[in-house]
Design a protein around this ligand. Structure first.
Ligand code: SF4
Length: 221
C-alpha cells in the first residue's frame, strides 16, 4: 500500500471506529489562538480553566492585551507555565493589533494558505501546531495540525517516516491525507493516541489499525 492509500485507510477505519468527531466548543480565531497557546504542555481541562478565568476577568481581548502582565499571568495560572504563556498571549495580541490595526485574524482566509501560515508563525510562541489549529478549526482552512499523539501514531503505523521533525511532519501529512480528512482524521488519531496507542504501551489487541500497522507487524510475538 502506498502512503496516500495508507492515510486514507487509517482515516476510514478510524471513522468506522469513532464516528465523525467534533472539536471542542468552536471559538473565534483570536480566542482559538489564545486557547491553543494555553494548551501548550497541559491537558484540555487545565487549558479550559485558564481560558475561562481569563475571559471572566477580562471580557474583551483588548482588555487582555492592555492589562498588567501579572494580572494576566494570575488569571491563566491553572493552565500552567503562566509566566511564559501570559506574556506570549499579550505579545501576540499586541502584534496582531500593530499589524492589522485591530484584533482580527479573518484576513488570513483571503491570502494563500502558506502566507497565512507564515504570518501566524511570525508571532513569538506560535509554532506549526498552533498555527495549523487556528487555520483548521477557527478559519476553516486546509491545514493538518500534528501534535505528539498524531506524530507517534502515524510513525508507528508506518505513515510518517521515522524521526521526522514536527515541523516537517505538518507538510508531509498534509500531502498524505485528502483535505476533507484533515478535520476528522486529526481528531480521531488523537483519540486513538490517547485511548489505545499510548506512548508507553500501545494496546494493539484493541486497535482498529492492527493489521495495517508497521509497529504491530514488527513487534507481535
Ligand atoms: S496497532 Fe498498536 S502500535 Fe499500531 S497504531 Fe494500533 S495501538 Fe498503535
Amino acid at each position: 500500500m502506498n502512503t496516500k492509500d495508507l492515510a486514507q485507510e487509517i482515516h476510514t477505519r478510524l471513522l468506522n471506529h469513532y464516528g465523525y468527531p467534533t472539536w471542542h466548543e468552536p471559538l473565534a480565531p483570536i480566542a482559538e489562538l489564545v486557547s491553543t497557546i494555553l494548551s501548550q504542555n497541559t491537558n484540555d481541562i487545565n487549558r479550559d480553566r485558564g481560558f475561562y478565568r481569563l475571559r471572566e476577568r477580562f471580557p474583551t481581548w483588548e482588555e487582555v492585551r492592555d492589562a498588567p502582565e501579572e494580572e494576566v499571568i494570575d488569571a491563566i495560572r491553572p493552565a500552567g507555565l503562566a509566566n511564559q504563556k501570559g506574556p506570549r498571549i499579550q505579545n501576540a495580541l499586541r502584534l496582531i493589533t500593530k499589524e492589522r490595526g485591530k484584533l482580527e485574524l479573518d484576513f488570513l482566509t483571503e491570502i494563500p494558505l502558506e502566507e497565512a501560515r507564515k504570518w501566524l508563525l511570525n508571532i513569538k510562541g506560535v509554532g506549526p501546531k498552533t498555527a495549523a489549529i487556528v487555520l483548521l478549526f477557527a478559519l476553516n482552512c486546509p491545514a493538518f495540525p500534528v501534535d505528539t499523539h498524531i506524530h507517534r501514531v502515524t510513525e508507528r503505523a508506518g505513515l510518517l517516516p521515522p524521526q521526522m521533525s514536527a515541523e516537517k511532519a505538518h507538510s508531509y501529512l498534509e500531502d498524505q491525507f485528502p483535505q476533507t480528512a484533515y478535520y476528522p482524521a486529526h481528531l480521531n488519531i488523537i483519540s486513538l493516541g490517547r485511548e489505545i496507542c499510548g506512548a508507553r504501551k500501545p494496546q494493539c489487541s484493541k486497535c482498529p489499525l492492527r493489521d495495517i500497522c508497521k509497529y504491530y507487524s514488527k513487534n507481535r510475538e
